[in-house]
Design a protein around this ligand. Structure first.
Ligand code: SF4
Length: 174
């Protein structure tokens, strides 16, 4: 069975919610794959030899940067999962104003504590990037969120060693 992972970087988790929206199709897929890493599971370390990884979200922190390089090194087929992973989307709106302005707004102007956290939380990068700017990507699964039918068709095709054709399930449809 192929080893499958889903990863949540800088996204809203909406694409992972859409994954759950596959509903009963999840049962069908679960008979064809081993889920080895995901926010749905309590596994801390990304494993080696992952066959298929769906990565939600963009690269916004030093932690994201380290993670995506490690994920790429240990994954055969990497999928940019949703528009944040593909273009930066909502997460990349920060690029218009920069990290300092965003942190000031969130932690000084709108917070009672008036302290910008500098421990435990990873440091923000100056610029938010889509995944393909950092590592190579094998497939781009568009949508905000990606429609669950497109997620299903993509995973199923890859599990069957076929090239996915999701053109009729996304806004780039025929
Ligand atoms: Fe959320 Fe949309 Fe980004 Fe998916 S693409 S993580 S739904 S904002």
């Amino acid at each position: 069975m192929k080893r499958v992972a889903t990863i949540w970087l800088d996204g809203c988790s909406g694409c992972h919610m859409s994954f759950l929206d596959m509903d009963s199709r999840l049962i069908e897929l679960s008979c064809m794959m081993d889920m080895v890493y995901s926010p749905y599971m309590d596994i801390k370390e990304y494993p080696q030899d992952v066959d298929i990884a769906l990565v939600e979200g963009s690269i916004s922190t030093e932690d994201d940067l380290k993670k995506i390089k490690h994920i790429r090194e240990n994954t055969k087929t990497l999928i940019a999962f949703g528009d944040c992973a593909i273009t930066g989307n909502i997460s990349a709106m920060k690029n218009f104003v920069g990290s300092d302005e965003v942190l000031n707004r969130a932690y000084i102007e709108l917070s009672c504590n008036k302290v910008i956290p500098n421990k435990v939380v990873p440091r923000l990068l100056d610029r938010v990037s889509p995944i393909h700017e950092i590592v190579s990507v094998d497939y781009f699964l568009a949508g905000c969120p990606t429609p669950s039918i497109a997620i299903y068709e993509t995973i199923k095709s890859l599990l069957e060693d076929k090239i996915p054709d999701i053109s009729s399930f996304t806004r780039f449809g025929k």
